[in-house]
Design a protein around this ligand. Structure first.
Ligand code: FES
Ligand SMILES: [Fe+2]
Length: 380
């Protein structure tokens, strides 16, 4: 479908260098038309970051998700291999699983077809006389899945883009942190009345800290370094921090030990990275926190938050008590951001809201994503 010419012009302006660029047009945050375009051109085409792999531990453990119209099952099979299945029966399409849990196999609630944890169809009653019906060819529909640096990536496209091109030089930029060894200790999920992009944008810009987080976070962060030049579908920016940016000011004396083996630079600050389109994370000297955001409607999203620490911190006797202070800080920040984001969405809902300009120091990752997003929409 062709994009309207005013939208084309606005998107072209997003693709300029940050000091020349404009932000994404408001239609990208409120229009059903753009939402359909991004579903097709982004969510159903690209690799999506679905959080940490270590939340799946036991054979048969599963989690269901709804991602841009796709009902998904993530499931660990009996050999501890993770799969991403379409959550729909191969008989006549019934939804198979709800929520999360553990199962020895998947029985369809409609006519009782039964699948193993690796997606194979094990039994299908009364199908013996059906011509050219082959159980071996009627397993659950499976999507491409990769695990990289402990993150799960899934692609819905039958022809997934080259994953090594997607991830680019991610490993070089993140080499100072042992990301794949960090352990998930909490995963939560919640909805926010804003476009999914707004939720991830605010996490990747330092501009709002003073106004939105004056008591909770602002004192932790200095003016960040220039954004990294990256290869691949991600943006990243490092900045010095004071104390632990994972703790509120009054809880700094509960800071957990640093991630073992960090060099001087990484001990003194935090890296914020955004793996396009929908996953972002911060690496501080003592923790990593991750957000994924998925569209529910143009003005509503579901977010997942995961918190990770090094295993050496988990081994401490008072770990749970100290980790709770980190959770308190992340929850406080989300609630402060929620007020700002829902307010921003109300402005974005106006048909007269026009694109803005960026602070080159404070918002380069928002600009970098806008450029990538615009190029995807214009690729149609
Ligand atoms: S729809 Fe699943 S067994 Fe019929
Ligand atoms: Fe924030």
């Amino acid at each position: 479908m062709t994009l309207p010419s005013n939208l084309q012009n606005d998107l072209t302006n997003c693709r300029l260098p940050v000091d020349e660029a404009s932000s994404l047009p408001a239609a990208c945050y409120h229009s059903d038309f753009v939402s359909k375009q991004e579903t097709e051109l982004i969510f159903h085409r690209h690799w999506l970051g679905l959080g940490r792999a270590d939340r799946f531990k036991e054979s048969g453990q599963f989690e269901t998700m709804e991602i841009a119209g796709v009902p998904l099952i993530l499931m660990l099979d009996n050999n501890k291999t993770l799969h991403a299945f379409n959550n729909a029966c191969r008989h006549r399409g019934a939804r198979l699983l709800e929520g999360s849990g553990n199962t020895s196999g998947v029985r369809c609630p409609f006519h009782s077809w039964y699948y193993s944890t690796d997606g194979q169809l094990v039994s299908a009653p009364q199908m013996e006389n059906t011509k050219r019906f082959c159980k071996k060819e009627t397993g659950l529909f499976e999507f491409s899945l990769k695990i990289h640096a402990g993150f799960i990536f899934v692609c819905f496209s039958p022809n997934p883009p080259d994953f090594s091109k997607h991830i680019g030089d991610f490993d070089r930029i993140h080499a100072p942190w042992p990301i794949d060894t960090l352990v998930s200790t909490r995963r939560t999920s919640f909805e926010v009345n804003c476009n999914w992009k707004l939720f991830i944008e605010v996490f990747n810009e330092y501009y709002h800290l003073q106004s939105v987080h004056p008591q909770s976070l602002n004192d932790s962060y200095y003016i960040p370094n220039t954004a990294d030049v990256t290869v691949g579908n991600y943006a990243s920016q490092f900045g010095e921090t004071q104390g632990s940016s994972g703790l509120l000011p009054e809880k700094q004396n509960h800071a957990l030990p640093l991630i073992p083996g960090l060099a001087k630079k990484e001990k003194s600050g935090a890296r914020y990275s955004w793996v396009y389109p929908n996953m972002t994370f911060a690496l501080s000297p003592d923790a990593m926190w991750i957000y994924e955001a998925y569209p529910i409607a143009p003005n509503r999203c579901r977010a997942y938050q995961t918190i990770c620490f090094p295993s050496s911190s988990l081994a401490l006797d008072d770990f749970d008590m100290r980790a709770n202070f980190y959770y308190e800080r992340f929850d406080a920040a989300v609630e402060e951001d929620r007020i700002a984001l829902e307010n921003q969405q109300r402005g974005m809902d106006s048909p007269f809201t026009t694109p803005g300009r960026f602070s080159t120091v404070m918002e380069p990752s928002v600009s970098a994503f806008a450029s990538w997003y615009a190029s995807q929409l214009q690729s149609a």
